[in-house]
Design a protein around this ligand. Structure first.
Ligand code: NDP
Length: 244
């Protein structure tokens, strides 16, 4: 089955996007809504796009996640597509990085993904269908000065997706990492103009991307057209990470 944008699906699948109230997560949720899926987003504040169900959860808090996911399942049915998107940065040079700056990024970007993943794969195994899409980053494989904590979590997602592929690949469950480069969101707006210009100069495409350009790749990975892609790292980075 192909899911063209705007089509009304007969048996729409249920998608969960973590951190769907802004940035890339919001754009991903919008894209799935426009394609006819049943979409839920987790949010600590605010809400997802029109047409989606917003549930309150913090990915560092297992109890809030359990309650939120139970609400999604009771209102929309079992979660068949997981987009683990919620993430943070706490950038500073290694020598200055505190334990808290390291551990809080790990707790959100890596342990947070684990908590949601463990919870949703139970239903995917039962349904004999699942699409797991982890939002990594170009810096996971390229490395980045000042982002030892963040880059470590994003490269760890590659090992996670590949291990899920080995454990659950025979059950019609795929797991992939989408690795964005520089995308215009609040996360990159924090960078100084000077830094943004220096990054732009290194990107073969010569520009940052819009969140929707990541969202379209994620939607395609969830479709039946991508059923034989698993354990892959799909770059959406304008060529920045080539060779990694
Ligand atoms: P934003 O900072 O714009 O949004 C981050 C989202 O994650 C928000 O919805 C935020 O919720 C949510 N979030 C953060 N911490 C938690 C938490 N503990 N529990 C639940 N939700 C949480 O980031 P982007 O949209 O730019 O980034 C989205 C993903 O894409 C991240 O994983 C990021 O690492 C990755 N990425 C981004 C790139 C970019 O250039 N922008 C490049 C490569 C990867 P709240 O609003 O409540 O804070």
């Amino acid at each position: 089955m192909v899911f063209p944008q705007g089509a009304k699906l007969e048996n729409p699948r249920t998608v969960l996007v973590t951190g769907g109230n802004r940035g890339i997560g919001f754009a991903i949720a919008e894209e799935f809504v426009a394609s006819g899926y049943k979409v839920a987003v987790t949010a600590r504040s605010g809400s997802g796009p029109q047409g989606s169900l917003t549930v309150r959860a913090d990915v560092t808090d297992g109890e809030s996640l359990d309650a939120a996911l139970a609400q999604v399942e009771s209102e929309l049915g079992p979660i068949e597509v997981l987009v683990a998107n919620a993430g943070i940065t706490k950038d500073t040079l290694l020598m200055r990085m505190t334990d808290e700056e390291f551990e809080s990024v790990v707790n959100t970007n890596l342990s947070g993904v684990f908590r949601v993943l463990r919870r949703v794969t139970k239903g995917m195994i039962k349904a004999k269908f699942g699409r797991v899409i982890l939002i990594g980053s170009v810096v996971g494989l390229l490395g980045s000065a000042g982002q030892v904590n963040y880059a470590a979590t994003k490269s760890a997602l590659v090992g996670m997706a590949r291990s899920v592929t080995r454990e659950l690949g025979g059950r019609n469950i795929t797991a992939n990492v989408v690795a964005p480069g520089f995308i215009d969101t609040d996360m990159t707006a924090e960078l100084t103009e000077e830094l943004q210009a220096s990054y732009r100069a290194k990107i073969p495409a010569g520009r940052f991307a819009a969140p929707s350009e990541v969202a379209k790749v994620v939607r395609w990975l969830a479709s039946d057209e991508a059923a034989y892609i698993s354990g892959a790292v799909i770059p959406v980075d304008g060529g920045l990470g080539m060779g990694h």
